[in-house]
Every structure is written in C-alpha cells, then in structure tokens.
Design a protein around this ligand. Structure first.
Ligand code: AMP
Length: 304
C-alpha cells in the first residue's frame, strides 16, 4: 500500500562533533521518503526552488519516489542550519529559512487522494491540515512536529492533531507540547488532543510507543560511531510507516515490529551525513540489523 508524505525538502547546514556540511540535501520529507521507499511506494508532496537541481532529484528517483506532487517554483529552497552538542542528543537550530514554503499551497493529484497511509512530516501545521483536508478516509494518519512549530503555531498544531491517529514526537517536544514532564502522563495528554498512538523518540535512549494502556520500549542500536543525527526522526518514521503500509490491516504485533524497523532505519541514518548511508542500503543490510536488534533485546523467562 502507498504512503503519501508532505514535509520539508531542504538544504541543511550541519555541524556535529565529527564534522560539518553545507547545503546538504535534507528535509523531513526527504529523509522520510528515502527510508520508507525500502518498504512501500512513496508519494511526495513538497516544494523546492530554482536552486534545486536535477542532481538533487536523483536521490528520490533512484529510490522510486513518485514526484508528481513536488512543485518547483521561483525562489530559494527551504534552508535549515543546526549544531549538535557533544552528547549528540541535543542540538541548537541556528537558522530556519522557509523560503518557497512561505507561500506553498499543496494540491494533491486526484489519484493520490485515496492513499491509505498519510504522513504529515515536520512542516507548518497549516500545510499539514491543508493536505489532510484533501485525502479521503485514510487508514492511518501520522504526524511529526518540532519545537519551531510548537512555539510559533500552537493553535494550528492543535487543529492538525485533531485529525491524527499516530504522533511521532521527541521527548523534549512532547513535554513542551503538553506541559507535562512524565512521559506516560504526557502521552495521555496527547491522546486527549486526538492521536491514539504516541511514539516518543528519545535519541540514543531509543523509543517508547504508547498505545492506550499498552506500551512498547526499545533501545537505540548501540553504534560505535554516530556522524550526524540529522534526519534520524524522519528515517525512523519512514521505516515505521513503510513497514506498517506493507502490513495493512496492521495489528499490535505489526506496530511493535514497525518500531524495530524504524529504529533500524534511524541507526543507518546517523552513520553518515545527509542521505549518504541510507540511499545506498540493501535489503540484506536492513534484515541483518533487524536480526541484530532481536539478539540485542532477547531474554528468557525468569524461571528456567
Ligand atoms: P530530524 O533530525 O529528524 O528532526 O529532522 C531534521 C530535518 O528537519 C532537517 O533535514 C531539516 O531540514 C528539517 N527541518 C528543520 N527544521 C524544520 C522546520 N521548522 N520545518 C520543517 N522541517 C524542518
């Protein structure tokens, strides 16, 4: 089953303890699309400027991402700059330039309105709502957001969340969104806003999936070297939803496996800058790390 994603396609300037890069291909929808494409067909809704060349489209084309919803308009592509702290879990945003996203009005191709899985990647919540209004009874609507939108457009974000089944959110952003410190209580506060499932991304500490009274937790894959955490959250969502889209109608076991597949994709994402690692992945490498996760987390009964 296909996934439709709306989100940012960007040029990122990133500094990490391992190095730095300027105008790297990034954006929430970019990292999501490439990761999800290993599991399901992806339809991308976004906008880029005149500075976005054929060489940048190549990354999407080689992964078979459908670009019928990608507009190219006069102006500059969205730009983001960030610097990571030594702990790699915290980062400072140095610059956010919306550029062509400031006047973007997404229009879904008619044939895309019935897409069963919709991902509202991190972008202006008004754009997220605009896309949601155009789709017809999707089976799963998931969303992501970040501090920038929680602070600048809280009411719009609340409106978007009213139509969302599954929210991906960082622990610090979950606390900011709800004003609640305890993650379980904060998850309950999010449920009251709309989403039934809350997927709390906790960086190197892994992920916590809260689904009503059910919870599932997983560590991050222990890596010797992390080059650049940018896009880890989007690659996680890409693996998670890509896997779910391949398993519809998805049950509780599928959600647990989806969290593992998301963690697998995030672990590859952080091994190199931009898309350098993920775009070259093979299905065998993905399977290998999934199995490594099984070995990492397997334990027997208390007795016996
Ligand atoms: P992540 O590391 O998964 O949180 O996502 C990082 C990506 O989000 C980068 O590639 C940025 O281009 C993109 N990004 C950063 N800030 C924003 C924003 N305010 N709206 C949309 N995308 C953003």
């Amino acid at each position: 089953m296909s996934i439709l994603v709306v989100g940012s396609v960007a040029f990122d300037t990133v500094e990490t303890p391992s190095g730095s890069g300027r105008d790297l291909l990034g954006g929430s929808a970019t990292h999501f699309s490439v990761a999800a494409s290993f599991f399901a067909p992806v339809r991308l809704v976004a906008v880029v400027g005149e500075d976005f060349g054929e060489e940048h489209l190549q990354a999407f084309r080689e992964r078979g991402v459908d670009l019928a919803g990608l507009q190219r308009v006069p102006g500059r592509t969205f730009r983001w700059a960030g610097r990571y702290h030594a702990n790699l879990n915290d980062r400072d945003t140095l610059d956010t330039q919306l550029n062509v996203f400031a006047d973007f009005e997404p229009q879904l191709p008619e044939a895309w309105r019935a897409t069963p899985v919709v991902f509202l990647a991190n972008i202006d919540p008004d754009l997220q709502s605009h896309v949601l209004e155009q789709v017809r009874s999707p089976e799963i609507v998931a969303a992501d957001t970040m501090n920038f939108w929680i602070e600048s457009k809280p009411d719009s974000l609340r409106r978007t969340l009213g139509g969302v089944h599954l929210l991906f959110v960082n622990d610090s952003e979950l606390r900011q969104l709800t004003g609640v410190w305890n993650l379980v209580e904060a998850g309950e506060a999010v449920r009251r806003m709309g989403p039934r499932v809350v997927v709390v991304k906790r960086g190197e500490h892994g992920v916590l999936v809260l689904d009503g009274d059910d919870a599932f937790a997983l560590p991050a894959f222990p890596l010797r070297k992390v080059e650049d955490p940018t896009g880890a959250g989007d690659a996680f969502a890409g693996g998670f939803l890509g896997y779910l889209a391949s398993r519809l109608p998805a049950g509780a076991r599928d959600y647990r496996k989806a969290a593992v597949v998301g963690s697998v994709m995030a672990s590859f994402q952080v091994e190199a800058f931009s898309l350098e690692r993920v775009r070259r992945l093979t299905p065998a490498e993905i399977r290998g790390r999934y199995e490594a996760f099984q070995r990492l987390t397997r334990f027997g009964d208390l007795e016996g």
